[in-house]
Design a protein around this ligand. Structure first.
Ligand code: AMP
Length: 256
């Protein structure tokens, strides 16, 4: 069974982003970029499936600018076997990415597509769900545990049990393969990328295609009207005793 893992290049989660002065978006010039953390978890899970002998090949795919190659090399250093870059300078929105991934699903016929539940830059939480709908595949989102029973070899058949953290407990679903699974934070802890593996990843196969080659129009459909900073928090006050605190909560904050 092949596993396809979409990975997005995003602003590193440690960076404190700034809104551009004209409020058109966030300034990403000269900012550290990394793999979306949920996607790192997805790559780790796919590589573990390969190590268990369940997956036969792990293919990482990223859609975006040429520098996404670095993200793909990181995925291959974690253990992905090969990578595909769908290269475009166009701003990609989730529907466009889902269409590109659908075209790659048709081509590669994976048994499992495992992707992040959410990209930390746009916070859309849409791509996996849209892909499942476009490719007419079952989906299990926000996975905190994935157990796959795949048919042997390159076959995309089998089933997966996916545990999801829901309000008040854990829900376990069974989906037949091929399927789309999106990862939650507690699914696993991705391994550290070692230098020898970074060197090995440089020799792995990285193919580049264009959206036109896949027959997909990726022009943005949504227009961002405005991006603004969150309101600044006011300074706190120190109160001398509990009675004053309770009185202030009642009369000033009006929360009790
Ligand atoms: P989103 O729907 O934008 O929150 O993204 C959810 C997931 O879709 C991400 O965690 C990635 O796995 C995948 N994804 C989104 N955009 C891209 C992209 N440009 N290239 C590859 N994968 C992507």
């Amino acid at each position: 069974m092949k596993v396809l893992v979409p990975v997005k290049r995003v602003v590193d989660y440690n960076v404190k982003v700034r809104v551009k002065s004209d409020n058109t978006g966030v300034d990403i010039a000269n900012v550290k970029m990394s793999m979306n953390p949920f996607d790192e978890i997805a790559v780790e899970e796919a590589v573990r499936l390969k190590e268990k002998g369940v997956a036969t090949e792990v293919i990482a795919v990223s859609c975006g600018v040429q520098q996404c190659q670095e993200t793909l090399r990181t995925a291959m250093a974690i253990g992905a076997d090969r990578a595909i870059l769908v290269q475009t300078d166009e701003e990609l929105q989730p529907l466009a990415v889902a269409k590109l991934l659908k075209a790659l699903v048709d081509k590669e016929q994976p048994g499992l597509v495992i992707l992040g539940k959410q990209a930390i830059d746009d916070d859309c939480n849409q791509t996996g769900q849209m892909l499942a709908a476009l490719a007419d595949l079952p989906q299990a989102t926000f996975a905190s545990k994935v157990e796959v029973e795949a048919a042997s070899g390159a076959s995309a058949k089998g089933q997966a049990k996916v545990t999801r953290e829901v309000d008040g407990g854990l829900e376990t679903l069974e989906v037949s393969l091929p399927a789309v699974v999106t990862t939650d934070l507690r699914l696993n802890e991705p391994r550290y990328v070692t230098l020898p593996n970074i060197m090995k990843a440089k020799k792995k196969q990285l193919d580049t295609v264009k959206p036109e080659d896949l027959g997909v129009d990726v022009k943005p459909r949504l227009k961002t009207l405005k991006v603004t900073e969150p309101a600044k928090r006011g300074a706190g006050v120190k109160v001398p005793d509990v009675a004053t605190l309770v009185q202030k909560l009642k009369t000033e904050a009006k929360v009790i």
